[in-house]
Write a protein that binds this ligand. Sequence first.
Ligand code: HEM
Length: 439
Amino acid sequence: MNPISIVATFPSICLSFLILIVYFINKLGEKKKGKKRYHPIADSTTKQLINFHRIHDHMADLAAIYKTYRLESPFRREIYTSDPANIEYILKTNFDNYGKGDYHHDILKDFYGDGMFTVDGEKWKEQRKVSSPEFSKRVIREVNSLIFTNNALKLANILDQSANSKDTVDIQDLLLKSSLDSVFQVAFGIELDSVCGPCQEGANKFIKALDDASEMSLLRYIDLFWKIKKAINIGSEAKLKKSLEIIDEYMYKLISSKAEQLSQDLDSSQKGENILSRFWHYSSTNPKYLRDILINFMGGGKDTTGTTLSWFILMLCRYPVVQEKLAEEIKEATNMKGSTTISDFAANLKEEAIDKMPYLHAVLSETIRLYPAIPVAGPRICIGKEFAYRSMKITAAVLMRFFVFKLSDESEPVNYKTMLQLHIDRGLHVRAFHRINHY
Ligand code: HEM
């Protein structure tokens, strides 16, 4: 079997609908083409470009007609499948045979380096093994939950003001900032507080550079001339180079300040616990490897939970019965039925209470099924799953307990933006009402 690589639209085999894009790196067996049966050619680069603004619907439409189909263009040959038997074979039965491959590694290596998103085989296995304990339930609950709660509280305080002043808010913007604050704090131990106002200039530049690098790296998938542009440093490749310089400068500064901190004889509470300090022990002699690991976590965690919570709020606005049922479950599970302040509620939101919210878990999972935060993703299970669910549940519990959300304009169409992650195009404008005053 030749090496092939895959991009799948959903995080795991458990999700009900999957589209896989299989890139054939060489064409062994083509001579026998006449004797083999092939799946129909249903798509082309031109059709994809025409449908770029609705690319995920375009692919879902084709998958509904042909369970498996091909895209044939002079420089691209792909197979898309939503056939459960194929998906099980690729994601489970013969998983080792379906890595990311050189094609993705080549495109993404400048940004993601040799981090988890781009590597295969032993390198990938080693990184998963090293990272797994840091993303375990225990670490997420014992170390990170407090960070999630504090950031949810800051967000709730902003919504409290908007409910008082009857202002409309772009809840997606706030949720993206709040999730960025959590990821930054968990990864680097830095309190950005972007949800409360502009953050430090260095951090701002770094965040902007991450967004640009992600966009420019994505462009490489459709830009046939990116290698030439890179060689002569023009256009999107010049922009990518500039962004990577900013990213590397920020990351290496962080890494060397960690080195300095650890060289001083501080106790662990002064040193602080975060992903950077935890991974330090594995690769302190190789700052480039440490940079790659951390950038992959930023790439995976930066916007995913904020985006999912935005679609979640949209669904709740469209289905008020579900919104009410959720609020009821949260009240019951936390057993704080009487009048309580937002900060008291957040301070007393216990792990056991969150575990008693199966309906919240189901609504979040259904939101991810309908609106996968990483719609063109790969064959692997997300390592940040526990992190994502825990932070989303804490944020949702705090918000749903105190506010009722309504769309500011019910008639305004809501669409996604075609990019690496499934953002709501032009934000999500809502009004938050105090739950207590709403009835
Ligand atoms: C709703 C939230 C999230 C969704 C829907 C999601 C989705 C996904 C998907 C589909 C993959 C597979 C990609 C592939 O095979 O190439 C993935 C991988 C990954 N995710 Fe997430 N993710 C979420 C949250 C997070 C968070 C919060 C973090 C980190 C803090 C994270 C870190 C990662 C990493 C490092 C990988 C690479 C794993 C590997 O290649 O083995 N994700 N995620």
